[in-house]
Design a protein around this ligand. Structure first.
Ligand code: FAD
Length: 357
């Protein structure tokens, strides 16, 4: 993203989008830049997003709908056709067919950013403070630069400053996600989904990316590190990952990840400030897949802003458009116990329904 600091001091935009992840970059691509003067702000030096980098069938559908083809350099090796589900609590393993695309997340995000039209201004900066004005917002960016805007969009992920500053009463349950990267040492390249009720009410994963093995998981914020280490011990003991692989992590990363629940967590904004993607709470509460939700919520807000001509009409339309996505989150909440409740999961896994024989 370019650095337009000098010309931006005190400038006014119709729309400022904080965050150029899948949500922000998609919105910037789809918003009508003849109707709005648009600025996208993102503070990431490199894309530091902690992520599995798996493009789900739902995300593939959104890409197809927008006629977007991925260049091969975005893909990581290997590509995956099944997920190995491991229940550490009951010692069960099953394989299920899944067609994710395994990608390099930084390159994927950069590719989406490369499709932001030239008519949209982009700025590499962090938004550090937001003040409400009678006719919009004043944003204080890193190094003291200030800009003003009429409409503000929070596409700034799980720790959204827009949500914290303007809608602090709209809480969402969060976990700490921890990932460690190791040299793969010729391990069998499955994508594994790991459940262990003793250490986590979330799930963990093992995947392979271009010669590296990644182990990560979502854990209770209070004791995340201890739970992560306890799971590693179990994986070693059960012979799922050799101790020699876990011995020397090349990279350790952590962030917050949201988990919406039925009736709480999703919030779309109000007045002239809107939220999309994970900032709005759009993420699968069962699998933590969030890229399709980010792109879809961006599409829904873009069509609302492009068609409506007043703040009231925009939010009304966005709420209506987003009902489908909210319903999808509710369905995932209903599905969640079949993955996370030990008894129900054991029943499903033992039955072998939909498993690869
Ligand atoms: C460990 C982990 C693994 C995951 N694996 C997958 C997966 O395999 N597949 C999948 O589909 N989903 C996965 N997800 C979820 C997915 O990563 C997110 O849901 C998705 O990235 C949300 O997109 P977004 O555009 O809303 O936010 P983000 O991708 O988080 O983008 C937010 C952007 O805002 C910028 N930003 C934040 N704050 C500021 C600020 N103050 N000023 C300026 N810029 C700011 C950030 O730099 C960032 O670029 C995973 C999540 C976690 C935590």
């Amino acid at each position: 993203m370019s650095d337009k600091k000098e010309i931006l001091q005190g400038e006014f935009y119709d729309v400022a989008i904080i965050g150029a992840g899948p949500a922000g970059a998609s919105l910037a691509r789809m918003l009508d830049s003849e109707k709005y003067r648009i600025l996208v702000i993102d503070g990431a030096e490199h894309h530091e997003k902690v992520c599995g980098g798996l493009i789900s069938p739902d995300a593939q559908y959104v890409l197809a709908k927008h006629d977007i083809c991925l260049p091969s350099e975005i893909l990581a090796s290997p590509q995956l056709f099944s997920v190995r589900t491991i229940d550490l609590s009951d010692g069960l393993t099953r394989y299920y067919r899944r067609n994710y695309l395994n990608v390099n997340r930084e390159r994927f995000d950069n590719f989406l950013k490369s499709m932001i039209p030239k008519s949209v201004d982009t700025l590499k900066a962090r938004c550090e403070a937001i003040d409400r004005l009678p006719d919009g917002f004043s944003l204080t960016l890193s190094e003291g630069v200030e800009i003003r805007c009429k409409y503000l969009v929070g596409a700034d992920g799980a720790s959204s400053i827009v949500r914290r500053s303007l809608f602090n009463n709209q809480k969402i349950h969060k976990y700490t996600a921890i990932q460690e990267w190791y040299e793969a040492k010729g391990e069998n390249p499955y994508y594994s989904c790991v459940f262990d009720n003793d250490t986590s009410e979330g799930c963990s994963w093992i995947f392979f990316k271009d010669g590296e093995l990644v182990f990560g998981g979502a854990f209770d914020i209070k004791n995340s590190r201890e739970a992560f280490e306890a799971q590693k011990e179990k994986l070693i003991k059960l012979g799922i990952v050799p101790e020699s692989v876990f011995a020397s992590p090349k990279k350790i990363e952590a962030c917050l990840v949201s988990r919406p629940k039925i009736g709480s967590g999703i919030f779309l904004g109000d007045g002239t400030a809107f939220l999309i993607g994970e900032a709005a709470g759009f993420i699968s509460p069962s699998s933590f897949e969030g890229i399709s939700y980010a792109m879809l919520s961006a599409e829904m807000l873009a069509s609302s802003m492009n068609m409506a001509d007043s703040p009231e009409k925009i939010i009304k339309k966005y709420r209506k458009n987003a009902l489908k996505l909210i319903f999808k989150v509710i369905v995932k909440c209903v599905k969640r116990p079949f993955m996370y409740n030990r008894f129900l999961r054991r029943m499903v896994m033992k039955s072998g329904v939909t498993a690869i024989k």
